[in-house]
Write a protein that binds this ligand. Structure first.
Ligand SMILES: CC(=O)SCCNC(=O)CCNC(=O)[C@H](O)C(C)(C)COP(=O)(O)OP(=O)(O)OC[C@H]1O[C@@H](n2cnc3c(N)ncnc32)[C@H](O)[C@@H]1OP(=O)(O)O
Ligand SMILES: CC(C)C(=O)C(=O)O
Ligand SMILES: [Mg+2]
Length: 512
């Protein structure tokens, strides 16, 4: 069996997404990327719909060399003529003529009888075939059409010159088994079907776009129409990246493949997302940022032991990279691996302590980044010094028209709990006034700096302070999820270092 042709309609049906309006340059950029991706046919637009669409189709048709270009036309001479004017310079001019075949569309929208629909379709395909070497006919709303009538119009349009017959699930109504049977039925019941290839075009109203496309391939379709990121009318079209990767990964099942250069998928998806301002959901198959991310401990452990335990698609296949983000579901194996990567050389006990701090942090933060882990490592190094004072509890009350008050409980010398409260003109000053009382020292705060270690709302805050007393000064650093807690920690860090330094000076020198 030959390869399934990929017909990309991002620039036509994709652009029909509410809110999307691509300009000329954006359309050309996307067309060039689709060509790089290895798309067989690019539906560049609907030339009769506007002057802008006409010009884009024309320019794409003259500039793209390695994909065939097509344009959409209603079953009307004016639409076909506009399409010809836009596409006549293309290397392989193709037209896509459509007319609806379902009872509801024929009666209410077209206001035509089934006989008139067959007549109009045949007349249009014949007219198009006089100009175009390749004519595709689409029976719009095929999935809600009567199958006997559909077989009749397919036979008639093939006789009129159509070499591709598309059976769209225009409103995303079909179910996979039904779509597969529809294609099998037409393959068996249309006498001249071997003179055309069958094409499938699915919408995602019931979330079946990709499943129906693959089911159609099972039923005999040899062309699949789809869009990048699944953009399109209403809930969108079937997504190209999912179809191409599905056919590749399960080629054992479908016994076919595509010409798509899979490692261009991620880039193409990102380009379309940027130009259409339609963000890609994190959990989107193939191209979502979580598609190759493994967060839970058991999965990360499995991945470290053998990637295929949890990865059926390698990120490299689609031009993406994998990641093992650490979060609250991560276990010791993945944590240890990451710490090794970061250069941790401590003992098993130290690693264990770090793992506990990491778990505490991960409970508050969605993803713990490398920078967060560095911060934890550095904090641990500091913990090895004598900590005269350590923070037990901190409460700050703050409100407009209210004096900020801090209540702080410290542990002194490892066992004694001491508590104090003080006010200040701001929350940080209230904290520092309270800490000054608790630590019996009157330091001057000569520097206070705050920075976020990582990006995002849930990043760790890092506070740096400098405390001075007479000739002495000492810096301190505190890291916490909360700015006020980091401020208190930084102050205590400086006090503890100051006390350690004083003690060291008093100790008799061992040198000499
Ligand atoms: C399933 C799909 O995705 S189909 C493609 C949808 N895409 C678009 O509609 C692209 C943007 N559309 C447009 O710019 C405009 O709708 C145009 C330029 C195509 C037509 O504009 P207008 O002439 O103002 O017509 P309008 O859009 O209001 O109505 C559509 C007309 O086309 C007719 N029509 C619909 N499909 C077809 C068809 N396949 N063949 C012939 N006529 C058709 C309708 O019956 C209606 O005809 P009527 O005016 O006699 O009732
Ligand atoms: C024009 C046709 C193919 C279409 O987009 C549809 O039926 O969804
Ligand atoms: Mg469509």
């Amino acid at each position: 069996m030959g390869k399934v042709k990929i017909f990309d309609t991002t620039l036509r049906d994709g652009e029909q997404s509410p809110g999307i309006n691509l300009n000329h340059k954006e359309k050309l950029d996307i067309a060039f990327q689709l060509e790089r991706l290895g798309v067989d046919i690019i539906e560049a637009g609907f030339p009769a719909s506007s002057q802008g669409d006409f010009q884009s189709v024309k320019d794409i048709a003259t500039q793209i060399k390695n994909s065939s270009i097509t344009g959409l036309a209603r079953s009307k001479k004016e639409d076909i003529d506009a399409c010809w004017e836009a596409l006549k310079q293309s290397a392989e001019p193709r037209i896509h003529v459509f007319l609806a075949t379902s009872p509801i569309h024929m009666q209410y929208k077209l206001k035509l009888t089934p006989e008139q629909v067959v007549e109009r379709a045949v007349e249009s395909v014949k007219y198009a075939a006089k100009k175009f070497p390749y004519v595709q006919f689409s029976a719009e709303d095929a999935s809600r059409s009567d199958w006997t009538f559909l077989a009749r119009i397919i036979e008639a349009t093939i006789d009129a010159g159509a070499s591709v017959i598309n059976l769209p699930d225009t409103v995303g109504y079909g179910m996979p088994k039904e779509i597969s049977e529809l294609f099998e039925y037409m393959t068996k019941n249309v006498p001249n079907i071997d003179r055309a290839i069958l094409s499938t075009h699915n919408h995602d109203d019931l979330g079946m776009g990709v499943a129906n496309s693959l089911a159609a391939v099972q039923g005999g379709a040899r062309q699949v129409e789809c869009t990048i990121n699944g953009i399109g009318e209403r809930a969108g079209n079937a997504s190209l990246e999912e179809i191409a990767v599905g056919l590749h990964i399960r080629s054992d099942f479908y016994k076919t493949g595509t010409n798509i250069q899979l490692n261009e998928l991620k880039r193409t998806s990102a380009l379309v997302s940027r130009y259409t301002s339609m963000p890609i959901p994190k959990n989107k198959a193939v191209v979502g940022s979580n598609a190759f991310a493994h967060e839970s401990g058991i999965h990360q452990d499995g991945m470290l032991k053998h990637k295929e335990t949890y990865e059926i698609i390698t990120p490299e296949l689609v031009g993406a990279t994998s990641s093992n983000p650490l979060g609250k579901h991560s276990g010791r194996h993945a944590f240890q691996e990451k710490m090794k990567e970061l250069g941790f050389k401590g003992t098993a006990d130290e690693l264990n302590q770090l793992f506990q701090s990491f778990k505490t942090l991960a409970d508050k933060k969605k993803t713990v980044t490398e920078d967060d882990l560095y911060a934890l490592m550095i904090d641990q190094g500091e913990d090895e010094q004598v900590q005269t004072y350590s923070l037990q509890a901190l409460q700050v009350s703050y409100g407009t028209n209210q004096t900020p008050t801090a209540t702080i409980k410290l542990v002194k010398s490892g066992d004694k709990e001491i508590t104090e409260a003080s006010t200040g003109s701001g929350s940080v000053e209230a904290i520092y006034n309270t800490l000054a009382k608790l630590t019996d020292y009157e330091y001057r705060l000569t520097d206070y700096r705050i920075q976020s270690i990582t990006e995002g709302e849930d990043s760790l805050a890092e506070v740096h302070v400098k405390l001075s007393k007479e000739e002495q000064s000492q810096s301190g650093r505190g890291v916490a999820h909360d700015v006020l807690e980091a401020s208190a920690k930084a102050y205590l860090h400086a006090v503890n270092r100051m006390l350690n330094e004083e003690k060291r000076k008093k100790e008799p020198s061992t040198v000499g």
